[in-house]
Design a protein around this ligand. Structure first.
Ligand code: NAD
Length: 376
């Protein structure tokens, strides 16, 4: 009997992505897998059932999960979904473990092997499996489009019969995966782009994409290429220099995150009050509370009818076709080395797999989870 892989409809409100796309379904079938998908599950990502050639379309979640040994998901399973999933199954998806302790606990009780995409180690070999990066790149792109839409100015310089229009000034704060994509997108739209990050290594990357790097004199290179938390004095120095640049910007896109910690507050109320009338902040760090003190995650607010502060959540889901394609490829790249002739054999000596596992054999396996490093 070939192994059965199930892909359900994502039930979290607003989630439009799906953990499969037709090309990946075909590659799984070629590996001897029986691929099953819930009826209509991919419609929100604009794929019809008919596009999934060779995939069994199943009417209800209960029938879908019955006998499924592997489940591909985007959002963490709910407790209700877990009731339908067989004991001992392998679930691959984002698990947001510290926000879902009851789910993690229940997965232990059901001896489920949970592979958490946020735990994929950031090593070169795992880049093709890194869903945090693939989805962050989409968010960076989309965040700039949101900013352009909310802005009261054009992004490009325009020379018209009615005179010349100055290009918009866009400041990107945080130059990780999302920030770099935001720089590239804002440049393509013709804006004058400035960028800032606490990690000094990002200067060259920002400049190579055409952004001017804002130098605050503060460097916060931390472990594994990530930022460390700043001291109070460093934070003040950073703020003093940044304030000036924020006040001159038409659009500010913030993407600054510290893995496992709430998003650092970089833009204060006072800085917002000093912004231009009609200026816009798109806070892509809203998921972790936001980089702006005034951000309300999930909402768009007006500060004194002068500045718009947009705090979008689950931004990647708003570009569901490509987000699903990239995400499904990430899952495939993670799992395919362990599927042969329709059988699954997980190799715990594999570094990527060993670090990605959250629960297995009735217990929490992830060291990073135990050390509470992961909150996003
Ligand atoms: P992230 O989402 O954790 O953070 C976004 C950016 O915010 C980072 O560049 C960080 O330095 C910056 N930041 C944090 N605090 C800040 C502050 N107070 N002020 C300004 N900026 C601040 O980061 P990410 O996008 O997931 O990636 C971080 C790094 O890891 C990047 O260099 C990326 O290229 C690297 N990476 C490597 C791999 C791999 O090798 N497999 C995969 C993904 C990312």
């Amino acid at each position: 009997m070939p192994i059965r892989l199930a892909v359900p409809n994502e039930i979290v409100p607003g989630e439009r992505r799906i953990a499969l796309e037709p090309g990946i379904a075909k590659r799984l079938i070629d590996l001897g897998v029986e691929v099953c998908m819930e009826k209509g599950a991919a419609l929100s990502a604009h794929f019809s059932d008919a596009a999934f050639e060779g995939v069994k379309i199943i009417d209800t979640p209960a029938e879908l999960y019955k006998g499924a040994e592997i489940i591909f998901k985007v959002q963490p399973p709910t407790l209700e979904e877990l009731d339908l999933i067989d004991d001992g199954a392998v679930i691959v998806g984002f698990m947001a473990p510290h926000k879902n302790e009851d789910v993690t606990q229940k997965m232990c009780e059901k001896h489920i092997t949970a592979l958490a995409m946020e735990l994929v180690p950031r090593i070169t070999r795992a880049q093709s499996m890194d869903a945090l990066s693939s989805q962050a790149a989409i968010a960076g792109y989309k965040g700039v489009l949101m900013g352009a839409d909310l802005a009261s100015v054009f992004f490009p310089m325009l020379t018209t019969a009615a005179g010349t229009i100055r290009p918009a000034r866009v400041l990107i704060i945080g130059a990780g995966v999302a920030g770099l994509q935001a720089i590239a997108t804002a440049k393509r739209l013709g804006a004058i782009v400035e960028a800032y990050d606490v990690r000094s290594a990002t200067r060259e990357q920002c400049e190579s994409l055409g952004a001017k790097f804002v130098d605050t004199g503060v460097s916060a290179d931390g472990e594994g290429g990530y930022a460390r938390e700043l001291t109070e004095e460093e934070k003040q120095n950073q703020l003093d220099v940044l304030s000036k640049h924020v006040s001159q910007s038409d659009v500010v896109i913030t993407t600054a995150a510290i893995p496992g910690r709430p998003s650092p507050k970089i833009i204060s109320r006072e800085m917002v009050a000093n912004m231009k009338v009609g200026a816009v902040i798109v806070d892509l760090a809203s998921e972790g509370g936001g980089n702006c003190e005034l951000t309300v995650p999930g909402e768009t607010i007006e500060f004194e009818s002068r500045v718009t502060i947009h705090g979008p959540l689950n931004v990647a889901s708003q570009t569901p076709v490509h987000a699903s394609e990239m995400y499904a490829r990430n899952l495939f790249n993670l799992m395919s080395p362990f599927i042969k002739d329709g059988e699954l054999a997980l190799d715990w000596n594999d570094e990527v797999l060993a670090k990605t596992v959250l629960t297995c054999e009735g217990e929490v396996k992830s060291e990073r989870y135990r050390r509470e490093e992961i909150t996003k």
